[in-house]
Design a protein around this ligand. Structure first.
Ligand SMILES: [Zn+2]
Ligand SMILES: [Zn+2]
Length: 398
């Protein structure tokens, strides 16, 4: 089959690789109909995530048709399903309390050492996201093997087209959990750093949850325009002092909750970020945490801090003092996707949430490498790329 494979920093290619096969009784094989490139795939593309190997098939946001099932899969051939990016067994301590992204059984034992050393405990398995998280082949391909297919995938009703539901695989639940972790109260003022897909869905979710005012921070004009379209007030951090603006916009008290939807590759030319950049570039492992530092200083005393943005290592000059002295609550984590797929599918069906506005480009799988390059180099215009394997279609702007 054809698949998008990683070969090094800024080097991804569509190659011919082996077809996936059923390995365990609970597996299913999908024929992919739609698969997206994620902002966190760009961390792999930039070479800042450890444990990626040449030839790895990327992609953790995908959906498709069930074409083969193991004897213990609950899926049926012909069903259309969206698959969570987190691989979860459904039966361990964490899965039973719906902490699916902490599953103990989905990262194979022989792959657990690296994350156990880095984080104190092994990570769960994730599709297409380095050997740190299991080395599973991803879904930017014609076919994919889905382990624990009786737990993760959600069956999609025929009348909902792919583009409406694809983002249940990651970014919609991730934006939603980002807002939920901010514990939004009615009339709260909430600030969201980063107007990429997760940030935009966090804005949308915060408004649905009853926030009085949502303020979105970025520097790409087109992304800020999308945030405005969602109902946010916006700050361009290249033109405006963010902390001063947030103080003013929150009546001099500071915002009630902050959401960092940026993660480890923050942009910006503040001195702290330039130092982070240098360390990350020479590979001594510092995350670029400029957005999070700013968020911790901007949130009001007693406020809440939510971190859906991806961090992988250590951050220098982390304002621990602000966290303690301002009595902040901080919540973070990979998304417990399986917890949210059903309620969010209902919100898509009843029209509360619409996610199709985000898609700027649809490409055939063969054009995936160009999709990565443009999504990386032209972030203002390329807000979200959806690949359509098996469809010989011309690129068309949404
Ligand atoms: Zn993703
Ligand atoms: Zn589990």
């Amino acid at each position: 089959m054809r698949a998008l494979t990683w070969h090094g920093t800024h080097d991804v290619r569509v190659d011919t690789v082996d077809d996936p096969e059923i390995i365990n009784p609970r597996d299913a094989i999908l024929k992919i109909t739609s698969t997206a490139i994620c902002g966190s795939d760009l961390h792999l593309y930039d070479g800042v995530i450890p444990g990626v190997q040449a030839g790895d098939v990327l992609g953790h946001e995908f959906m498709g048709e069930v074409v083969e099932t193991g004897k213990d899969s609950t899926l049926k051939k012909g069903q259309r399903v969206v698959v969570p990016f987190t691989i979860s067994c459904g039966g361990c301590f964490h899965c039973k309390i719906q902490q699916y992204s902490c599953c103990e059984n989905s990262n194979p034992v022989e792959k657990q050492d690296m994350s156990a050393t880095l984080y104190g405990h092994p990570m769960a398995g994730l599709f297409g996201y380095s050997h740190l998280t299991g080395g599973y082949s991803g879904g930017q391909a014609e076919y994919v093997r889905v382990p624990f297919s009786d737990v993760g995938p959600i069956v999609i009703p025929d009348h909902l087209e792919d583009d409406k539901v694809l983002f249940l695989s990651d970014i919609l639940p991730t934006g939603w959990m980002g807002a939920e972790n901010a514990e939004i109260q009615p009339d709260d003022t909430v600030a969201v750093w980063g107007c990429g897909p997760v940030g935009l869905f966090a804005v949308q979710s915060a408004i649905v949850m009853g926030a009085g005012k949502v303020i979105a921070i970025d520097h790409y004009p087109n992304r800020l325009a999308l945030a405005k379209q969602m109902g946010a007030e916006v700050i361009d951090f290249r033109k405006t002092d963010v902390r001063e603006a947030l103080m003013e916009m929150s009546g001099g008290i500071g915002v009630d909750a902050v959401i960092d939807a940026v993660g480890m590759e923050a942009h910006g030319f503040a001195p702290d970020n330039i130092l982070d950049y240098a360390k990350q570039t020479i590979g001594i492992g510092a995350d670029r945490a400029a957005a999070l530092r700013q968020a911790l200083l901007a949130v009001r005393p007693g406020g809440r801090v939510s971190i859906p943005g991806v961090y992988g290592g250590m951050a220098d000059k982390f304002p621990l003092g602000a966290m303690m002295e301002k009595a902040l609550q901080v919540r973070a984590g990979q998304t417990h996707v399986q917890r949210y797929t059903k309620p969010l599918l209902e919100k898509i069906e009843d029209g509360t949430l619409d996610t199709t506005f985000l898609i700027s480009h649809r490409l055939p799988l063969e054009d995936a490498a160009r999709g990565y390059k443009c999504f990386h180099d032209e972030q203002d215009e390329w807000t979200k790329v959806v690949l359509k394997p098996g469809q010989d279609m011309q690129e068309k702007a949404a």
